[in-house]
Write a protein that binds this ligand. Structure first.
Ligand code: GTP
Ligand code: MG
Length: 441
């Protein structure tokens, strides 16, 4: 972390302003060279001309200096707010590299912020997810993570476990007898309680990961039922090819769609049927993958035809998916022949309107809104799952009075939970031991 890093912080493209960000111990001195000034007052917006390394005028803009440690990375930072577009900011970037700065790796500013103790891992991930979040509720949840709510939730859970581990390790090392009965019971209920807490947060986070990543909605059905017509109607433009030839769609067609406060991914798939050409078979395999990825499935049937084996196959896929299903009977403008027995379904004609699908999706997505704490990345979910499994094993080992193995599993659970916010250091257990117990030996 001895070098000074530089990057363009704004999105690449045409816009009115572009920001070049410089962080490291030489940030100020490098910046001063390009603006031909002796110093910058921290946290003041200074309007200045910006020059190349050979003294040509390149642009004029606002320069802000954040003095260490009061900056995002905890190091000296200088930001150049230049005119937008790619040319000016790229030029300044290259000039700063010529002067000795290094092009930052992806996420390196946040990595430095973490290493300098400016934020923990949960907050760093919240920053990243906030940038890519695909719903307003997701943003609100992540703003709370940034405030430190996920970190304190996780830390209090882990502190309880560290204290328990410290106690048990003390008993293993110093006591001649087994754990006292009341402590044994107390520890067991603490393990169960924390197991439940982890289980709950994992379930909520898995069900609602669409709030942050964007819910995925897959349209499935046998060929020719009108899947692509529905996609086009939802998007309000001709995105997919439509024809009355069965097997028109081969590749999946994916688009973003704003529904209420959510930005969803909607996927049109190849119609699912048996005994077709190799290319179509590959398309159908991809349809099945899209079903697996989906949070919500729109299952489409042709209401103008009698239900057949291919429709039954679609119904079976839906039943086995365990996903939220919206059953749609399309072609309602034609005479109805489909013998259905759905509890809930929608009848539409994609040729006229798909508003009923939008309304149903909106209702479901709104029901998924949530303002509690949840895990925002696959990494956090995986660590929590590992932690809860280790706690489960620890509880069983405690029942068998296998204290050393119990301590091993508890240690594992602590390490996994710690991965979410702040990696665990073994000295913490020693601190807890010496703080809470008078060893006297
Ligand atoms: N009458 C009527 N025809 C429709 C309706 N929706 C779609 N169609 C027609 O049904 C045929 C198939 O439509 P597509 O949208 O291509 O069907 P698909 O399910 O995507 O078909 P594949 O891609 O082959 O699996 C086309 O001729 C459409 O014009 C509808 O609501 N009413
Ligand atoms: Mg199609």
């Amino acid at each position: 972390m001895n070098d000074t890093i530089v990057a363009i912080a704004t999105a690449h493209g045409i816009g009115s302003i572009s920001i070049v960000r410089l962080s490291g111990k030489n940030a100020l001195s490098l910046a001063l060279k390009l603006i031909k000034k002796d110093t910058l007052i921290p946290r003041y917006a200074t309007f200045s001309k910006i020059y190349s390394t050979v003294g040509e005028l390149v642009d004029e803009g606002i320069i802000i200096y954040f003095k260490a440690p009061n900056s995002f990375t905890g190091e000296d930072i200088v930001e150049f707010q230049t005119h937008g577009g790619l040319i000016v900011s790229n030029f300044i970037l290259e000039e700063l590299i010529k002067l000795g700065a290094r092009l930052a790796n992806p996420g390196e500013f946040s990595k430095r912020a973490f290493l300098n103790g400016k934020m923990d891992l949960a907050k760093a991930e919240a920053v990243q997810s906030l940038i890519t979040s695909r719903s307003e509720d997701g943003i609100k949840i992540l703003a709370r993570h940034l405030k430190g709510e996920l970190s304190s939730y996780v830390n209090s859970l882990r502190d309880e476990l560290v204290t328990t581990l410290a106690y048990v390790e003390t008993c293993i090392d110093y006591a001649e007898e087994d754990l006292p009965l009341d402590i044994l019971e107390q520890t067991k209920s603490l393990l169960i309680e924390n197991y439940k807490k982890l289980n709950e947060i994992v379930e909520i986070s898995e069900q609602r990961k669409g709030l942050i990543e964007g819910f995925k909605v897959t349209i499935i059905g046998k060929p020719n039922v009108g899947k692509s017509s529905i996609l086009n109607s939802l998007l309000k433009f001709e995105r997919a090819i439509i024809s009355d030839e069965a097997g028109t769609t081969r590749d999946r067609v994916e688009e973003s769609l704003k529904i209420g406060t959510h930005l969803i991914r909607i996927i049109d798939t190849a119609g699912i049927r048996e005994g077709v050409s190799l290319v179509e078979k590959i398309g159908i395999e991809n349809s099945m993958k899209a079903v697996e990825e989906a949070d919500i499935i729109i299952a489409v049937f042709d209401s103008s035809r009698v239900k057949d084996e291919e429709d039954e196959k679609i119904l079976e896929i839906c039943k086995n998916s365990g996903k939220k299903i919206i059953y749609v009977l399309n072609k309602d403008d034609l005479e109805s022949k489909f013998n259905y027995d759905f509890e809930e379904y929608i009848k539409i004609s994609a040729k006229k309107s798909s508003n009923l699908i939008i309304e149903t999706l909106k209702k479901y997505l709104d029901s998924q809104n949530y303002d509690g704490i949840m895990l925002s990345s696959t990494r956090q979910i995986l660590s929590s799952k590992n932690a809860k499994e280790a706690l489960y094993r620890a509880k069983d080992l405690l029942n068998e009075n296998e204290l050393e193995l119990f301590a091993y599993e508890l240690n594992l659970a602590i390490m996994e939970i710690s991965n979410i916010a702040k990696p665990y250091e073994r000295t913490e257990i020693l601190d807890a031991m010496f703080l809470n117990f008078c060893l006297g030996k």
